[in-house]
Design a protein around this ligand. Structure first.
Ligand code: P1T
Length: 385
């Protein structure tokens, strides 16, 4: 596993040294859709920008290095990466997925691939035994998101990977919530790690993208084939922005984590907060696993408020530094209502089972002054009752 010291340096330098022609310390953004060929089939290794793109390669190499993998394959969004990964499967295959995943991920599984003949079982993978119970002889993929969105449940990546490997099942881990700075699933036994680069990797809420990393050469070849054949690729400017964002990943993740830890402790003791989830707090049922598997709790906090939907609504409308918005992982603090916003596509019955209630609120804690953030939440909670 990369340790923090290595990651501090890698985050700044991964993927690119200096431009060999000019010495520029930042990668050129190649705005081109195609490349000239000397004669048919005689080219520089670059034929067409969906197939190979030098700015995209810089990003792919950088994230692969940060995750401790050999190959990175970038996509136009986290959802495009998810969808392309499911294309590794065929009709009749079965996937076991964590039940509490990003609403858009569940929508891809249930509303797109189910009708194409792929079966999904959603299980509470915070208990690894539920994975065994959900497996069939057709299970080909295990889909883990840890910590989960929005309930911040954890899956034991090492244990589940071991069990999956015994059955020949491919393990995918969506590492969006922690970033490679705080968790490296490949080193714990996963085959593929996925990120919505829209979030912490980019970190500035100014681009949408996705990426997957693996160290398995056959999987990498197949994923490169799918990247080109399906074509859900990111543009050069987005690749540049994410790569630029990576340089401050270590600094940002440290600050997100410090701020979130302090706010979580403060909010947990607040009389208007009912239940709060933050993986590195004593109150989290999986704190021991969190401290073993990750290098920090990250910037996400989930909580239920006392009262009803109307109190939650008033609270969300009263914040002023926190922005009421979907997404997460940017330098600015965001807050949202999963049942109405990010997880609206999850059917109400399943939302209720998962605990995504009307008073559930999710915070993406930014890098602002923690005192200002705390005061903002304090005044908004006061305004809500
Ligand atoms: O938005 P996109 O880049 O397509 O990424 C999808 C995605 C994948 N995985 C996780 C864990 C995610 O949280 C997301 C996107 N999530 C939000 C937009 C959100 O507000 O939760």
């Amino acid at each position: 596993m990369n340790d923090r010291t290595q990651l501090d340096t890698l985050a700044v330098h991964a993927g690119f040294k200096a431009d060999p022609i000019t010495g520029a310390v930042n990668p050129p953004v190649y705005f081109t859709s195609t490349y000239i060929q000397e004669e048919p089939g005689k080219h520089t290794g670059y034929e067409y920008a969906r197939t190979q793109h030098p700015t995209r390669e810089v990003l792919e190499k950088a994230v692969a290095e940060l995750e401790g993998g050999t190959d990175g394959i970038a996509f136009a969004s986290g959802c495009a990466a998810t969808s392309t990964l499911i294309q590794l499967l065929k009709s009749g295959d079965h996937v076991v997925s964590f039940d509490d995943v990003y609403g858009g991920t569940r929508r891809i599984f249930e509303q797109i691939y189910t009708s194409l003949g792929i079966d999904f079982t959603f299980a509470d993978l915070s208990n690894s035994d539920n994975f065994d119970a959900a497996c069939t002889e057709k299970t080909r993929m295990l889909w883990i998101e840890t910590p989960t969105n929005p309930m911040l449940k954890l899956a034991d990546i090492r244990e589940l990977s071991k069990r999956a490997k015994e059955r020949g099942i491919l393990v995918v881990v969506d590492n969006t919530f922690l970033s490679p700075y705080l968790q490296n699933p490949l080193s714990l036994g996963a085959d593929i790690v996925l990120h919505s680069t829209t979030k912490y990797l980019n970190g500035h809420s100014d681009s949408v993208g996705g990426i997957v990393v693996t160290s398995n050469p056959e999987l990498a070849d197949r994923l490169r084939f799918l990247q080109n054949a399906i074509g859900a690729v990111p543009g050069p400017m987005d690749c540049y922005l994410v790569h630029r964002g990576l340089k401050t990943l270590a600094l940002r993740m440290q600050r997100h984590t410090e701020n979130a830890m302090q706010l979580a402790s403060y909010l947990e003791a607040h009389p208007k907060v009912d239940t709060l989830w933050y993986p590195w707090l004593e109150s989290h049922p999986q704190m021991a696993l969190a401290r073993e598997q990750t290098r920090g709790g990250g910037g996400m906090i989930t909580m239920t408020l006392k009262g009803d939907l109307e109190n939650a609504r008033r609270f969300l409308c009263a914040v002023s530094i926190f922005a009421l918005a979907e997404s997460l992982g940017g330098v600015e603090s965001l807050i949202e209502h999963p049942a109405i916003m990010t997880h609206a596509s999850v059917p109400a019955k399943e939302r209720a089972q998962l605990g995504i209630s009307d008073t559930l609120v999710r915070l993406s804690v930014g890098v602002e002054s923690v005192t200002d953030l705390r005061n903002d939440l304090d005044q908004a909670l006061a305004a809500a009752y």
